[in-house]
Design a protein around this ligand. Structure first.
Ligand SMILES: CC(C)(COP(=O)(O)OP(=O)(O)OC[C@H]1O[C@@H](n2cnc3c(N)ncnc32)[C@H](O)[C@@H]1OP(=O)(O)O)[C@@H](O)C(=O)NCCC(=O)NCCS
Ligand SMILES: [Zn+2]
Length: 331
């Protein structure tokens, strides 16, 4: 075992599961045990390292998933790719041009291996693409392109009664939590614009994709998972050595969206310098609603100054970016 594969302390809490390597058969057993069934349409996000040493690595993980859902089921993963604040696109590497047919994903070795399967379908969204394989792959990934809401495959998954499986990600319900923010009307409030060049497969031209609904702060969203757990929506289990959670996509999405809609302060992190959260609370006038506010949230004047600075930061002003660092030192 190399140092890289050696479990970090606390990761493999169950000694029965720690030693040795994990076979595809064991993964399949774990998937069934947590509640993955034949015919399921399931979005999976994971840390393979947390699973332990898997014999056959990413390919074996995919095979186990495909076997678990059978020919009537579908697996879907995020195959997201890099993006830049719009103010930095000019100085970004001009050679990086997203092409949905060939650009590798940055969401891990397993989604990347799935993307490389011939039978898998990758969507065309220039930043938030997904890759899907199985009976409903076309329904989930088809039509998800530069004109689509970035996390819409997750609403599609919810509509068809799909499930969510997060493996070794603690309470990070990646992507789905953005879709919940979107349904709660929070993704369009702060126009933090990101951009990327992409190859339009229809005419072969390089175009600039710009979007204000891709990025949001997720630092506080892990707190939604215990709430879902309290509603009986989460099954906890192990896949290999990784603590994992399974949930019905629709119920989880609607519940998270409802919590956020009812109280948008639930999405806010506590970091003074977080432009997304600070602008959201200012634009939605959430200050009075924040339970147990931080010192800076108590001061209307400071929030107003921060608002002015953040407007400039969103336009990429370095002076404003430094200004926030200075304010942080003072408070
Ligand atoms: C970022 C993320 C992928 C990192 O997890 P990770 O476990 O370090 O990375 P991968 O799943 O790609 O697994 C690769 C690791 O497994 C290790 N590995 C190698 N062989 C292995 C084997 N046979 N079995 C298991 N792991 C192995 C690799 O060494 C690599 O670790 P290294 O980078 O330290 O070398 C994960 O934390 C995550 O966030 N996943 C979700 C991503 C997502 O969908 N994001 C959407 C945002 S909206
Ligand atoms: Zn934040």
């Amino acid at each position: 075992m190399t140092d890289k594969l050696r479990p970090r302390s606390g990761e493999l809490s169950d000694p029965e599961r720690s030693p040795g390597s994990i076979s595809k058969g064991q993964l399949l057993e774990d998937l069934r045990h947590i509640g993955v069934c034949e015919g399921d349409h399931i979005a999976v996000a994971l840390s393979l390292r947390r699973v332990g040493t898997v014999q056959g690595r990413a390919e074996a993980f995919i095979d186990a998933l495909l076997e678990a859902v059978g020919s009537g089921g579908t697996i879907m993963m995020n195959s997201h790719t890099p993006f830049f604040p719009v103010s930095q696109i000019e100085s970004s590497d001009p050679k990086y041009i997203f092409d949905y047919r060939s650009t590798p994903t940055w969401t891990g070795v397993v989604p990347e291996a799935l993307r490389n399967r011939r039978a898998a379908l990758r969507s065309r969204h220039p930043i938030c693409s997904v890759v899907a394989m199985g009976a409903k792959a076309d329904h989930l990934a088809g039509g998800h392109d530069e004109d689509s809401p970035p996390y819409s495959p997750y609403s599609r998954l919810a509509e068809i009664g799909g499930k969510l499986l997060y493996v070794g990600l603690d309470d990070r319900m990646v992507a789905m939590r953005h879709e919940a923010q979107n349904l709660a009307g929070l993704m369009d409030v702060v126009p933090l614009e990101v951009a990327i060049r992409y190859l339009n497969p229809e005419d072969g031209r390089i175009e600039l994709f710009r979007a204000t609904n891709v990025f949001s702060c997720v630092n506080n969203l892990s707190t939604l998972v215990p709430a879902l757990r309290g509603m009986g929506l989460i099954v906890d289990g192990k896949i290999g050595a990784a603590d994992s959670i399974l949930a019905p996509a629709k119920a989880a999405l609607l519940a998270m969206a409802e919590i956020l809609r009812g109280d948008p302060t639930k999405t806010l992190c506590r970091d003074f310098s977080c432009v997304w959260c600070r602008e959201l609370e200012r634009r939605m006038d959430l200050r009075e609603r924040i339970e147990d506010p931080e010192i800076f949230q108590k001061s209307r004047a400071l929030m107003a100054i921060l608002g002015i600075i953040n407007q400039r930061r969103m336009r990429g002003s370095w002076a404003a970016i430094k200004g926030v660092g200075l304010l942080k030192k003072i408070f």
